[in-house]
Design a protein around this ligand. Structure first.
Ligand SMILES: NC(=O)c1ccc[n+]([C@@H]2O[C@H](COP(=O)([O-])OP(=O)(O)OC[C@H]3O[C@@H](n4cnc5c(N)ncnc54)[C@H](OP(=O)(O)O)[C@@H]3O)[C@@H](O)[C@H]2O)c1
Length: 267
């Protein structure tokens, strides 16, 4: 059975994407850690949209998890023809003060697992000359972001990796899209790593989209076979403007603004 696999589908943007794909009658495999949430979403999707929705519990911060997810799909004879690498996490604060293990987990989840899942599922797509991979980055992939340094670096990686493999995949009929949301009203900023003064400085006064709005834009971009899309019209303008400015200027402006919001005086 052909399926769309979505990581980080138990909440936020991933959950909203799952609803959208179910509406399009895609059979789904949802991946995350929280079994209770995954089971409830699968039940809802199955009964509302008359599709097959299954889940795989996986902690994608663990190095062995992507292979285990792939093996489970093989065991259940599920052919992943759309892969959406959406699971992600971040942190706010001074890099040198943040917990190192938590910072490295960001790279493991946002980059290492994304690369491993892409590598694993791409093999069949390439053989079948058909498939679609969507990697969820962030607006932050277009700008340096002091006080969110590792998260910013992880999403810059996703951008460069995705643009590069998109070209490599063209001869095989596999499409690859970089999808970049801006600030979205999910639980993302409520985690213990983000819920602090630095995180609040990032979010204060900034427009947010709902996960449903973000998912709607992703769906539209998918239906148009786009290779890149920034969610939200203001975010698109900002990403365009940022491409004309020196990264050092953006970094220094943001850093000063955040220090002011947090109440740190300039030396
Ligand atoms: N929210 C924003 O402002 C924003 C802005 C730009 C980009 N993004 C990106 O959008 C994507 C989705 O974010 P969101 O806002 O929907 O965040 P969210 O509401 O916090 O949801 C994150 C999802 O990822 C899953 N997840 C977290 N850690 C995991 C792990 N170790 N293994 C497997 N799954 C894990 C969570 O499920 P479990 O807890 O059940 O594992 C949840 O389903 C991320 O890549 C994020 O970087 C978000």
């Amino acid at each position: 059975m052909n399926v769309t696999l979505i990581t980080g589908a138990s909440d936020g943007i991933g959950k909203a994407i799952a609803h959208r794909f179910a509406l399009l009658k895609h059979n789904l495999v949802l991946v995350a850690r929280n079994e209770q949430k995954l089971a409830a979403i699968c039940n809802e999707l199955t009964s509302n949209y008359k599709i097959e929705a299954r889940y795989i519990i996986a902690d994608l911060c663990k190095a062995e998890a992507p292979q285990a997810v792939y093996d489970e799909c093989e065991k259940r004879h599920l052919e992943v023809d759309v892969l959406i690498n959406n699971a992600g996490k971040g942190s706010s604060g001074e890099f040198c003060q943040n917990d190192l293990a938590a910072e490295l987990e960001i790279i493991q989840l946002n980059d290492v697992s994304l690369v491993a899942l892409t590598h694993l599922f791409l093999q069949n797509m390439r053989r079948n000359k058909k498939g679609f991979i969507i990697n969820v980055a962030s607006m932050i992939a277009f700008i340096p972001s002091p006080y969110m340094a590792v998260y910013a670096g992880s999403k810059h990686f996703v951008k460069a990796f995705t643009y590069s493999i998109a070209e490599e995949c063209k001869p095989y009929g596999v499409k690859v899209m970089l999808f970049s949301p801006g600030l979205t009203s999910s639980n993302f900023m409520n985690t213990k790593e983000n819920n602090n003064n630095w995180g609040k400085a990032l979010t204060s006064g900034v427009n947010t989209q709902t996960p449903e709005q973000v998912a709607e834009e992703l769906m539209l971009a998918f239906s148009k076979n786009k290779s890149r899309h920034v969610s939200g019209s203001k975010n698109r303008i900002f990403a365009k403007l940022a491409s004309f400015l020196p990264p050092s200027f953006i970094a220094s402006t943001f850093a000063k603004q955040k220090r002011k919001q947090v109440g740190i005086k300039e030396a």
